[in-house]
Design a protein around this ligand. Structure first.
Ligand code: FMN
Length: 406
């Protein structure tokens, strides 16, 4: 029985010739160009604290299948992102048989990276065979997939943005700001933050970490506006929308925690301060103006007076903006390396130093947007179906009408 869900897989090593993504189950008739995908790839490359690699790469996607004359065909969509750095790694990374340069073999695994456990699991004496795939370079392919999904969602009235809310303990309070304001400011900011006054302190923190050979983590928030009530399902564990978003976000390199809305604060707040009271606006015109202002998707005349739940109740989107936060640990590669053990000699050594980011939280936020876009696109197609965009849109509009009539 084939898997009929919208699905994708990525392939490619960090210093191999290219990254590839294949997205299957995508409807026909969506207008999409490589330029639109490239805009998101460029956003992923930005941010203060990135390493030299991002200066070498100029990520651009080539569409190799599934799109003809600017429109999706309904066939698998193949995206390819070339690794420019491959040119200097050819002798180490080429698929043809040959000897490895002993000086370049990685035998001192980095704590916090996949090096040690991957070498053991796959019986690789050169940890490069593991780190090349574990590397977050793979997220460029995911951002490409996300860009296609985001375009489909935009057609259905859903928009997604991200911003950084904590960088190494420096928190950004964006409460009270409009979604459009947060989004626009984050787009202008090197740290993707909504309040510029925090940037100076963040820059100092990242600079200090760099000088000390250390790294910085943080928390980003992804917000999806215009999502209708009823995506996902409460009926089975693997259909719950929050569970699916959480799994997908955690699958991103270095993400160690996920929370919706109030997140972990729900545990220390009384129920009356956590649950979101429900209201109803009987006038359809007023209801739709209010929904547009609040970023709410179709839910009839109903609304919530707050959004502590982050837009998901009982495993289903509840019409409010989906708000998900992700905690990223500091980068594992340290220029002042931690203790490790040589895989060959078993002697204690310092871990290997690879060229590396000091901080990649802003970039991770862009990856988070792509991940959420994919899961929402999948949930949309599950609920509304359709082999082409016209069919999907028609099914969706009829659902929105049904909700209005409630
Ligand atoms: C956008 C982004 C960039 C990253 N850049 C680096 C990097 O330059 N060096 C590094 O050691 N880890 C980097 N990471 C994290 C590692 O890929 C990750 O820690 C590693 O694969 C081990 O997986 P885990 O942390 O999820 O357990 C980055 C992660 C993201 C999301």
């Amino acid at each position: 029985m084939p898997n009929m869900r919208l699905d994708y897989m990525t392939a490619g090593e960090s210093h191999g010739p290219q990254l590839t993504a294949i997205l299957r189950g995508f409807p026909a008739g969506l207008a999409i160009t490589a330029d639109e995908i490239n805009a998101d790839l460029a956003r992923r490359q930005r941010g203060y604290g990135r390493g030299a690699r991002m200066k070498i790469e100029k990520d651009t996607a080539v569409i190799r299948s599934g799109v003809r004359k600017g429109y999706t065909l309904g066939s698998p969509i193949t995206l390819v992102v070339e690794n420019r750095d491959y040119q200097v790694w050819v002798d180490q990374m080429a698929p043809e048989p040959g000897e490895l340069d002993d000086r370049k073999v990685v035998t001192r695994p980095r704590p916090g990276h996949a090096d040690l456990v991957g070498a053991l699991k796959y019986n690789h004496r050169d940890a490069r065979n593991v780190l090349e795939r574990a590397s977050a370079r793979e997220t460029a392919a995911r951002v490409g997939v996300g860009a296609v999904c985001r375009k489909m969602l935009a057609d259905l009235g859903v928009t997604i943005y991200s911003h950084v809310v904590n960088l190494g303990g420096i928190t950004v309070d964006a409460s009270g700001m409009m979604h459009s304001e947060i989004r626009d400011r984050a787009e202008q900011s090197d740290f993707r933050v909504a309040r510029g006054e925090d940037e100076t302190r963040m820059k100092e923190l990242v600079d200090r970490a760099k000088t000390e050979g250390d790294t910085v983590g943080g928390v980003y928030e992804v917000v999806a506006l215009g999502v209708p009530a009823g995506l996902g399902s409460t009926m089975n564990w693997d259909e719950k929308l929050d569970a699916r978003i959480a799994q997908a976000i955690i699958s991103c390199q270095a993400i160690k925690g996920v929370g919706f809305g109030m997140g972990f604060d729900v545990a220390s707040t009384p129920g009356s301060g956590v649950q979101d009271p429900i209201g109803h606006e009987p006038d359809p015109k007023k209801a739709s103006e209010k929904a547009a202002r609040d970023g709410r998707g179709p839910i009839g005349g109903f609304y919530h007076l707050s959004n502590h739940a982050g837009g998901v109740e009982g495993g289903m989107s509840n019409g409010e903006p989906i708000i998900v936060r992700a905690a990223m640990k500091p980068i594992a590669t340290l220029m002042k390396p931690l203790r490790s053990v040589d895989l060959k000699t078993k002697e204690p050594f310092e871990a290997v130093k690879e060229r590396s980011d000091v901080c990649a939280v802003p970039a991770a936020g862009v990856v988070g947007e792509a991940i959420v876009a994919f899961v929402l696109a999948q949930a949309f197609l599950e609920k509304f179906g359709g082999d082409c965009m016209i069919e999907l849109r028609r099914n969706y509009e009829s659902y929105a009408e049904y909700l209005k009539a409630w």
